[in-house]
Design a protein around this ligand. Structure first.
Ligand SMILES: [Ca+2]
Ligand SMILES: [Ca+2]
Ligand SMILES: [Ca+2]
Length: 140
C-alpha cells in the first residue's frame, strides 16, 4: 500500500472509530477516550470507547463486526479506497483469523495496544503518549 493511501485509510478509520474526531480539524485526540476529562485515558476508558464503537459498527447486531459493516458506516465514495485499510485494521485484531471481529478480540487487542501506547507504564495514556502513537501509525 502506498504511503498516501495508508494515510488516507488511517484518517478514515480514525474518524470512523472516534466520531468526535471527524469534526475536529486537528484529527483524533485523547478526548475521544478520556471519558472523565482528566486529560488522560485509563484502559477502562479506552475499552469503554471501543465497546461503544463496536456496538455502533455491528449494524446487524450478530455480535461480529465485519469489513463490510465498517465500510457501511463510511460515505459510499470512500468505500473502495478504504477497503484494504479496513481489512488490514481487522486483521490486526482478528486473533482467530475468521475475518470478523468479536468484542472479545477487540478487548484482548486493546490491552496489548494500551500497553504499547503507555510508554511510561503509569497505567494512563497521556495526551503526549496518544499523539506519539498517532504519529507512529501515520509514519508506517
Ligand atoms: Ca455484525
Ligand atoms: Ca475473529
Ligand atoms: Ca502513561
Amino acid at each position: 500500500m502506498s504511503l498516501k493511501k495508508t494515510i488516507l485509510c488511517t484518517l478514515f478509520l480514525t474518524a470512523l472509530f472516534s466520531p468526535a474526531a471527524s469534526a475536529r480539524p486537528g484529527g483524533p485526540s485523547i478526548k475521544d477516550w478520556d471519558m472523565n476529562r482528566d486529560g488522560k485515558a485509563s484502559l477502562l476508558e479506552m475499552q469503554t470507547a471501543l465497546r461503544n464503537q463496536f456496538k455502533k459498527a455491528d449494524s446487524n447486531t450478530d455480535r461480529f463486526v465485519t469489513a463490510e459493516e465498517i465500510l457501511g458506516l463510511m460515505p459510499f465514495f470512500v468505500r473502495d479506497r478504504a477497503r484494504d485499510g479496513v481489512k488490514e485494521y481487522i486483521r490486526g485484531q482478528d486473533s482467530n483469523g475468521d475475518g470478523k471481529l468479536t468484542l472479545d478480540e477487540v478487548m484482548a487487542w486493546s490491552k496489548k495496544r494500551f500497553a504499547e501506547i503507555d510508554r511510561n507504564k503509569d497505567s494512563y495514556i497521556s495526551k503526549d503518549e496518544f499523539q506519539q502513537a498517532q504519529q507512529q501509525r501515520r509514519g508506517k
